[in-house]
Write a protein that binds this ligand. Structure first.
Ligand code: HEC
Ligand code: HEC
Ligand code: HEC
Ligand code: HEC
Ligand code: HEC
Length: 198
């Protein structure tokens, strides 16, 4: 019916469309796949960093490592140099006197000057404005949003971080005698759309 050349063009066009479609689907499911967005999400990490040892047993302050949480929008994860404040000295060994596996990995990153690429655990969509400092300076404990982190041997997402979750807390009225009323702050956290969608 068509010339050979034209047929070939149709095949190429269809193949390109199919490829674009499947790439789009793969990307979409990577971004939107429910397990990455739900409570309990626990990705593997390049070093099995243990909050129970550090924030629980050793009682190191959260802000020692997440030092921007009371200053700006992002809590930030510490650079390896923060770990080395202690780990140039503290180097756990196993029964045979070899470096314990996770400590060995830490030292490898340090020696090769490679930044550790931690996998993100808590994420809200790009179109949502969230600021740590406003919450932290309003005396909301990290644990209210992240759970009992000082007992976590491996970091996990405690809540789904859905809109309804934010609003549940924002709608909660402050008590009559809450000192935050005197600070001139809104008696309730904002619930108008543009507070979080700017
Ligand atoms: C000695 C440093 C250190 C201390 C102290 C520490 N953390 Fe972390 N935290 C890390 C590192 C490193 C990561 C990234 C690796 C991981 O997720 O386990 C992390 C990850 C996190 C995450 C997940 C980040 C994400 O991607 O969503 C949260 C939430 C968190 N910490 C909260 C806390 C809280 C709350 C405390 C105090 C109870 C605390 N941390 C104490 C080093 C620390
Ligand atoms: C304030 C000191 C201090 C800081 C800062 C610190 N650690 Fe530790 N870390 C320790 C101590 C103490 C131990 C426990 C040693 C033991 O159990 O013998 C330890 C244990 C460890 C272990 C081995 C135990 C295990 O299986 O988890 C690893 C791995 C580790 N830390 C990684 C890190 C990383 C990564 C950071 C930076 C994000 C960090 N540490 C920051 C003091 C610290
Ligand atoms: C009101 C809830 C809330 C409180 C309180 C809170 N966080 Fe978060 N945290 C979040 C949300 C939501 C995200 C995801 C933010 C994003 O994707 O931009 C997050 C992300 C993080 C991350 C990943 C890096 C980043 O900044 O995106 C770390 C680390 C963290 N929080 C640590 C802490 C620590 C430490 C405290 C206490 C000092 C704390 N958070 C208090 C809700 C909270
Ligand atoms: C545990 C309670 C709690 C949760 C959960 C919470 N918030 Fe808030 N939020 C507050 C309070 C209280 C304030 C008011 C702080 C103040 O004015 O001192 C506030 C204020 C804000 C503000 C106003 C800050 C500004 O700069 O105008 C934004 C935006 C906001 N929250 C976004 C969010 C988002 C997005 C989430 C969910 C991902 C969330 N919050 C979850 C308690 C919460
Ligand atoms: C306290 C913060 C906050 C306020 C106020 C808020 N939102 Fe959201 N909104 C969010 C968060 C967080 C998400 C992301 C949910 C997710 O990633 O699953 C979201 C997601 C959405 C979405 C995407 C669909 C969905 O549910 O995930 C729409 C549409 C939306 N918001 C509309 C609104 C409208 C309209 C208002 C005002 C009536 C509003 N939002 C007020 C925090 C807020």
């Amino acid at each position: 019916m068509f010339t050979k050349k034209f047929d070939r063009r149709v095949y190429v066009a269809v193949a390109a469309l199919l490829l674009a479609g499947s790439l789009g689907m793969a990307f979409g499911s990577f971004v939107l796949w429910p397990s990455r967005r739900e409570a309990g999400y626990m990705p593997p990490q390049p070093i099995n960093y243990n909050h129970k040892i550090h924030a629980g047993d050793l009682k190191i302050e959260c802000l020692y490592c997440h030092s921007e949480a009371d200053k700006g929008p992002h809590a930030t994860v510490p650079a390896i140099s923060t770990c080395m404040n202690c780990h140039t000295e503290v180097q756990t060994k196993d029964g045979d006197g070899n470096l314990e596996k996770e400590t060995a990995k830490l030292l490898e990153f340090w020696e090769s000057k490679e930044p550790v690429r931690w996998n993100k655990v808590n994420v809200v969509a790009d179109f949502v404005y969230f600021d740590h400092s406003r919450h932290v300076n309003s005396d909301i404990a990290c644990q209210q949003c992240h759970g009992p982190v000082e007992t976590f041997e491996h970091m996990k997402r405690q809540f789904g971080l859905k809109m309804s979750w934010c609003l549940e807390c924002h709608k909660e009225p402050l008590a009559e005698d809450d000192p935050k009323r005197e600070l001139g702050r809104t008696p309730k956290a904002p619930i108008h759309c543009s507070a979080c969608h700017r």
